[in-house]
Ligand binder design. Structure first.
Ligand code: SIN
Ligand code: FE
Length: 297
């Protein structure tokens, strides 16, 4: 396996720049890794790095574009400080992406920013929800129609604990391995899911196949154990960026991470032919989204 990790030696969020080979790497599903680009937690913010900043039953704290903080517990003062810290990361992540991937300028839609104070290795989860298993990101209720998930992560653990990921083979290799086992798309099922509001819009064949890959990967014990993969410990004070709908990944351990998702519309990549949508369309041999897709079934 050629290296799925590309190291970039930026030391300053405000002094990032772009290179065609970095854009090509992230569009090939690789992880761009910035070992020296830490997020600076201020001394008065250290006290926010506790698991109980999370409201009971929440998976993570999130800060909307409107500045509203969700999923947080603690005093009003704590919540204000948390919103400020997460907001600062948001600004830095957006600036980084603007400078690193200027080709996407004006195209990206910004999702809420998330702070994840839970310890990964003590989370009890169903197989399908278990991100300690290798997967590509795909969401059952939110059809994407090929819209991309570009994510910026930073580890802010105060005790030197890395966030340990596994990163696997490129998307096409995985798609070739698992597509033969995928259940066929049924338009009537997609319509039913939509009618009962299990999905926010009609699930396309593309979204169906992405979910099938996600599930088939997670349920395959052989693949989880023996699939080609590398373990990457992202230390505190580092940043990494990937298209998480394309980079095969799992998170094994760690605590205290922030993440910014940016949505890129389908076809707005520099090389749209490298995208999961293009790869799956080629492998299946018919359109998977849009007019005409799925109508024969
Ligand atoms: C994931 O997308 O699988 C989660 C990544 C992480 O929590 O580090
Ligand atoms: Fe994931």
């Amino acid at each position: 396996m050629t290296s799925q990790i590309v190291e970039i030696d930026f030391i300053d969020w405000a002094q990032a720049h772009s290179r065609p080979e970095w854009t090509a790497a992230v569009e090939a599903g690789k992880v761009l890794y910035f070992p020296r680009l830490g997020f600076a937690v201020q001394p008065e913010e250290q006290a926010l790095l506790r698991e109980d900043t999370l409201a009971p039953k929440s998976r993570n704290v999130s800060l909307g574009a409107d500045g509203v903080l969700k999923g947080a517990a603690g005093s009003a003062q704590d919540q204000q400080a948390l919103a400020a810290m997460v907001g600062r990361f948001r600004q830095q992540a957006l600036q980084l992406v603007d400078d690193l991937l200027p080709e996407y300028k004006g195209q990206l839609r910004v999702a809420p920013t998330s702070f994840r104070p839970k310890q990964v290795e003590t989370r009890a989860q169903s197989v399908r929800a278990d991100d300690q298993r290798m997967h590509v990101d795909a969401f059952p209720s939110r059809p994407s129609y090929g819209e991309r998930l570009l994510r910026v992560f930073t580890n802010l653990n105060p005790h030197g604990v890395p966030r340990v990921w596994r990163v696997g083979e490129d998307f096409e290799t995985i798609a070739r391995r698992f597509l033969p086992q995928a259940k066929p798309y049924r338009l009537w099922q997609a319509k039913l899911l939509n009618a009962v509001h299990a999905t926010k819009s009609l699930r396309s064949e593309y979204d169906h196949l992405m979910l099938q890959l996600h599930d088939l990967m997670k349920f395959d014990e052989q693949y989880q154990k023996n699939g080609t993969q590398v373990t990457v410990p992202f230390p505190p004070g580092s940043v990494w960026v990937c298209f998480s709908d394309q980079a095969t990944h799992a998170v094994m351990s760690g605590q205290f991470m922030m993440e910014q998702t940016l949505y890129l519309p389908p076809g707005k990549e520099v090389d749209p032919q490298a995208s999961p949508l293009a790869i799956l369309t080629r492998l299946v041999g018919r359109p998977l989204v849009g007019v005409g897709a799925g109508t024969a079934r």
